[in-house]
Design a protein around this ligand. Structure first.
Ligand SMILES: [Zn+2]
Ligand SMILES: [Zn+2]
Length: 334
């Protein structure tokens, strides 16, 4: 499938043999931004000029973003951030792509660029954070006997893929982590805690939070799962399934070794399947795995209850919707 030429692409590119003319960037940096509103305004001008799309959060504590654009544009964007002395230390994870993976550009100013919701107990990861491990160090550390891997992401992310043997909190919002830690304190006590997330930013906060909560032996995977999958030495070894990403691709390959395996299956027939769909009954709308054959045969539904309700035009209240979604979530294998 060859994408239609984007505006501004060169003749060369239109006729070119390789179609990955775009790059997708994933990046963050904790640094002081004195006037976030002004910074965001200038950032918007830059991104619009470059034709970038994606989601960027800006706050007094730094920047957290993911964008897609033509390679020349994403190169210019990286240079602009590195040329600014305030953000010279920023690192980008880069994936080639045949097209934009975001529908539009969204830039928002937020109190926190990753929301753990600690209020007065909030802290800067530049001051408190777990020890950073390179992919090679992580690979060795996760095989140690007293190591406990903590997936720092949401349930729908770890459902799609995770490190083998990791604790995957059944939460659907990063804000719920403090409560999870409180409830699971016993199994974490005295262990070597290894936290990981998609690109590293959530672990900056989560590992620092764990330290503040009195855990001493806390580590984080530097650059996250995405960097781990790109590392030429470890090649994603030990990661099962796909890594959830917040763009059109949804799932990306991480493990490039013979140990690669998918861990998700069609909830109807049990066949290996790793593409998320949403239940067609709008009042449910749960994220589920249904294979193409089952979808063609009986539609995309969690179960018969969702199908019957959809056919009968049943509409749930907000509260009932949440309850239904919890039921569906509980019915999945974890
Ligand atoms: Zn199926
Ligand atoms: Zn459903």
């Amino acid at each position: 499938m060859s994408p239609s030429p984007p505006p501004g692409s060169t003749i060369d590119r239109r006729l070119g043999t390789h179609s990955d003319d775009f790059d997708i960037l994933l990046y963050y940096l904790y640094f002081d931004i004195e006037d976030p509103e002004l910074y965001a305004e200038q950032h918007r001008t830059l991104c619009e000029e470059l034709g970038l799309r994606g989601r960027i959060l800006i706050g007094r504590e730094g920047i957290n973003g993911t964008v897609s654009g033509l390679r020349d544009s994403t190169d210019a964007y990286q240079k602009a951030l590195r040329d600014d002395p305030r953000s010279a230390a920023i690192e980008f994870k880069i994936d080639p792509s045949p097209e934009h993976v975001f529908p539009k550009l969204s830039i928002k100013v937020r109190e926190e660029i990753v929301t753990l919701g600690l209020g007065e107990k909030d802290f800067s990861p530049n001051e408190t954070s777990g020890t950073r491990l390179s992919p090679t160090e992580w690979h060795a550390a996760m095989q140690e006997e007293d190591a406990v891997l903590i997936d720092g992401r949401n349930n729908y992310e770890s459902d799609l893929g995770r490190f083998e043997g990791a604790l995957c909190p059944d939460i659907d919002n990063f804000r719920d982590f403090p409560q999870w830690v409180e409830e699971n304190r016993e199994q974490l006590e005295g262990k070597k805690l290894l936290t990981y997330c998609t690109g590293g930013i959530r672990c900056e906060k989560l590992s620092g939070f764990l330290k503040n909560e009195g855990f001493d032996d806390v580590y984080q995977l530097e650059g996250g799962i995405v960097t781990y999958g790109k590392d030429e030495e470890v090649k994603g070894d030990g990661f099962d399934g796909l890594c959830y990403v917040f763009d059109k691709r949804v799932g990306v390959e991480i493990n490039h070794t013979p140990s690669r395996r998918l861990i998700t299956e069609c909830r109807s027939c049990g066949k290996e399947h790793s593409e998320y769909s949403n239940c067609a009954w709008k009042s449910c709308n749960a994220r589920i795995f249904v294979c193409d054959e089952c979808a063609a045969e009986s539609g995309i539904y969690c179960d018969d209850e969702c199908r019957r309700n959809d056919e009968a035009g049943v509409v749930l209240t907000k509260e009932e919707q949440l309850a239904r979604r919890a039921e569906v979530a509980a019915s999945r294998e974890r």
